[in-house]
Write a protein that binds this ligand. Structure first.
Ligand code: TXA
Ligand code: MG
Length: 340
């Protein structure tokens, strides 16, 4: 049952009321749904281990996966890390507020469950007016993973959060459709060289314009057995819709039909997400066109996948995106969504 209260924020009065209610809930140790510019978060007081434990329980998240802490001023940052590195300073100045998470040595007052028992904490200053207002009103750094059950698709609007977790939380703030649409770029900023742990819409080449970057382009390591996962991107299966996701390319109507054929023998409800080679209509197949522009594509992708799930798709055939560095974040999410 989707019973969470969804509070709108689109007028100054509504925003004030929603922020006050959210801040009170967070100070009381509750977990709430909150918009950010990337995806919606499931937020709680990052300094309260019990509140953070509720996040893990609600998501069914493995305790080995650390949670990002969201801040909205420099005093809060100082509460969260004991080693604000020159690298972090440079990246924060260039990209905050924004869709970039910096992994740094944790401060003692950050509970160990936030960091999955490790010595580092992921920090982000989000660029969303509602999130910033809530953080300032409650005066607390907020631990917030994406507001979806573990391994599922992230929500990019309040209705998604209601549908995914509305039976497990009491309050969701509606800050509209997320403008970025995929999760933040996660960067290890503990040392003198930056290392990309999860690609996102802030790209390797943008980071490399400011700081030295491992491999020049960023690398994706793999988690050690029994260690906290370095990033969610390291779990092969993640960001997945309920339907099976299949990635393929086609350059002509004939090739499209060749790709479709085997799927038609196996599945009944087939949905296609195309952005370049727009296929012809095929009876019984639902075709959606996403803009062929990486920012617009990222903004639309999860909403389209959620919509396919809502319509009861058995399989979603997604046209593979170009192997261009600027599409790396989107390509990563599609690859993980398609992993079985
Ligand atoms: O855009 C985003 O990052 C969204 C919004 C809500 O801020 N949050 C998000 O959280 O995507 P989540 O939990 O779904 O993915 C964040 C990932 C974690 O799974 C974790 O692997 C990585 O960031 N992370 C967090 N803390 C870390 C740490 N201390 N060291 C390495 N990776 C960390
Ligand atoms: Mg997530």
């Amino acid at each position: 049952m989707n019973t969470a209260l969804v509070l709108p924020t689109h007028t100054p009065k509504l925003l004030r009321e929603a922020v006050a209610q959210a801040a009170a809930a967070l100070r009381a140790g509750d977990v709430i749904g909150l918009p950010t510019e990337t995806v919606y978060g499931l937020a709680a007081n990052a300094l309260d281990a019990e509140a953070v434990a509720r996040i893990f329980a609600i998501k069914g998240r493995p305790s080995t996966n650390p949670i990002i802490v969201h801040v909205a001023d420099t005093a809060m940052l100082a509460q969260c890390t004991r080693d604000w590195t020159p690298l972090a300073q440079t990246l924060a100045k260039a990209f905050w507020p924004g869709p970039l998470t910096l992994v740094l040595k944790k401060a003692p007052q950050i509970p160990t469950n936030v960091c999955a028992g490790g010595d580092t904490v992921g920090l982000r200053w989000p660029a969303h007016a509602v999130t910033q207002a809530v953080i300032k009103a409650c005066g607390l750094p907020l631990a917030a993973p994406s507001a979806n059950p573990a391994n599922q698709l992230s929500p990019t609007n309040a209705a998604h959060v209601q549908q995914l977790l509305g039976d497990k939380i009491h309050l969701i703030l509606d800050g509209g459709q997320c403008q970025v649409g995929i999760e933040s770029t996660v960067v290890d900023a503990t040392g003198p060289v930056a290392r990309i742990l999860r690609p996102g819409m802030i790209r390797a080449e943008q980071l490399a314009a400011w700081v030295p970057l491992e491999n020049g382009r960023g690398s994706l390591g793999s988690p050690l057995e029994g260690q906290p996962a370095l990033s969610p991107g390291q779990h092969p299966k993640h960001y997945a819709p309920k339907a099976r996701l299949v990635l393929a390319s086609w350059s002509s109507p004939a090739e499209f039909l060749q790709v479709l054929g085997p799927l038609q023998t196996e599945y009944r409800r087939i949905h296609v997400l195309a952005h370049r080679a727009v296929p012809q209509q095929v009876p019984g197949v639902r075709i959606t066109i996403i803009p062929d522009d990486v920012e617009a594509y990222a903004r639309a992708l999860y909403a389209e996948l959620h919509h396919c799930d809502e319509l009861g798709a058995d399989v979603i055939l997604v046209e593979a995106v170009r192997p261009d560095p600027s599409w790396q974040g989107v390509a990563d999410r599609l690859r993980r969504g398609a992993a079985s």
